[in-house]
Write a protein that binds this ligand. Structure first.
Ligand code: NAD
Length: 311
């Protein structure tokens, strides 16, 4: 691969995604505020840069994987941001894989399209941005089996497909700018509600005298079956290799789920759609964070909310 990729945000997800790009042969330069992770990459011989601006100067394609909209705005439009050089940009493609609100994705996509390219890329007159959040979590990021849901110009999506498939195994085109972000927050809304439903069912079931293993068999061969019951059980001791079997460490932090539910309820308000379950789920996850469990996996709602115990 001759294209240079600048990767910004080397956390739980980004560090693994950047590694897969390196393995696929892309020339990668990285940036993160966290100096420890920067040192880790530079010791492996990977080019590190001190700001998003310097990354932009050295890259044809940018990928960002940051916690929330504020961080993404900062990286794009901040003082040393990707777009700070005015308008003559080297990168022709900007991919943001962070889970953020569709409105911010749309605003940034317009800001990118308003810039000019230093050197014309094929027939593109301006750089292009795709919102491309992912589903799959840390294990899928490591294994390169993420699913990308992508919004933006379809031609750019097709041109970027090879890049996505270096980090994932599925890509789904969702429509215009912001639609990838919209798809992601709807997915996580449904996931949060299913996780709460499964946790509530198990908490009640156990109090009514049914063992967790029996109830797991029932759910998974009945109409309650879902990913939270058959692949990611929130009940310790039911499944190996999931966060509930390791004290809810690793996985998808409750504070990130609270953030995504906030994105869903805010978006719902903006388009005047009632989402009462998303609002209730947001309250529950915010309560969990306020009690100090924000870093635990989101399936820890079973232990910390439904069991009433606090360990
Ligand atoms: P994380 O907190 O582990 O990593 C974020 C990284 O961004 C950190 O290394 C941080 O130092 C860096 N960062 C923050 N602000 C920065 C800035 N201004 N400039 C440069 N670097 C900056 O988060 P994560 O778990 O990797 O998640 C990233 C995104 O992916 C989030 O939007 C999350 O919702 C989404 N996501 C996470 C998972 C998961 O299972 N963890 C799954 C799917 C999607």
């Amino acid at each position: 691969q001759s294209e240079r990729v600048g990767f910004i945000g080397l956390g739980n997800m980004g560090s693994r995604m950047a590694n897969n790009l390196i393995k696929a042969g892309y020339k990668v330069a990285v940036h993160d505020l966290n100096q420890t992770v920067m040192k880790f990459f530079s010791e492996k011989g990977i080019l590190t840069k001190d700001s998003p601006f310097e990354i932009a100067e050295a890259s044809d394609i940018i990928v960002s994987m940051l916690p929330s909209s504020t961080h993404v705005l900062d990286v794009y439009t901040g003082p040393n941001g990707l777009l700070c050089s005015g308008n003559m940009l080297r990168p022709w493609l900007f991919v943001d894989s962070s889970t953020i609100d569709p409105q911010t994705s749309r605003r940034l996509s317009a800001a990118v399209a308003n810039c000019a390219l230093k050197e014309k890329k094929d027939h593109w007159e301006t750089p292009i941005m795709l919102d491309a959040p992912v589903s799959g979590g840390v294990l899928a990021a490591e294994a390169g089996t993420l699913t990308f849901m992508v919004g933006g110009l379809e031609e750019a999506y097709l041109a970027a497909k090879r890049l996505f498939l270096s980090m994932g195994k599925n890509t789904i085109y969702c429509g215009g700018a912001g639609n990838g972000s919209a798809a992601k927050i709807c997915n996580n809304l449904a996931l949060a509600v299913s996780m709460l439903g499964v946790s509530e069912g198990f908490a009640l079931g156990q109090c009514l005298g049914i063992s967790a293993s029996t109830l797991t068999k029932i759910f998974n061969s009945s109409s309650a079956r879902c990913w939270s019951s058959d692949a990611y059980s929130p009940v310790p001791g039911v499944m190996d290799g999931v966060p509930s079997s390791r004290n809810y460490e690793g996985g998808f932090a409750s504070k990130l789920m609270a953030k995504d539910l906030n994105l869903a309820t805010t978006s719902a308000q903006e388009v005047s759609v009632k989402c009462p379950l998303a609002s209730q789920a947001k309250q529950i996850y915010m309560e969990l964070c306020n009690q100090g469990h924000g870093m635990k996996d989101f399936s820890s709602v079973f232990r910390h909310y439904y069991s009433g115990k606090d360990e």
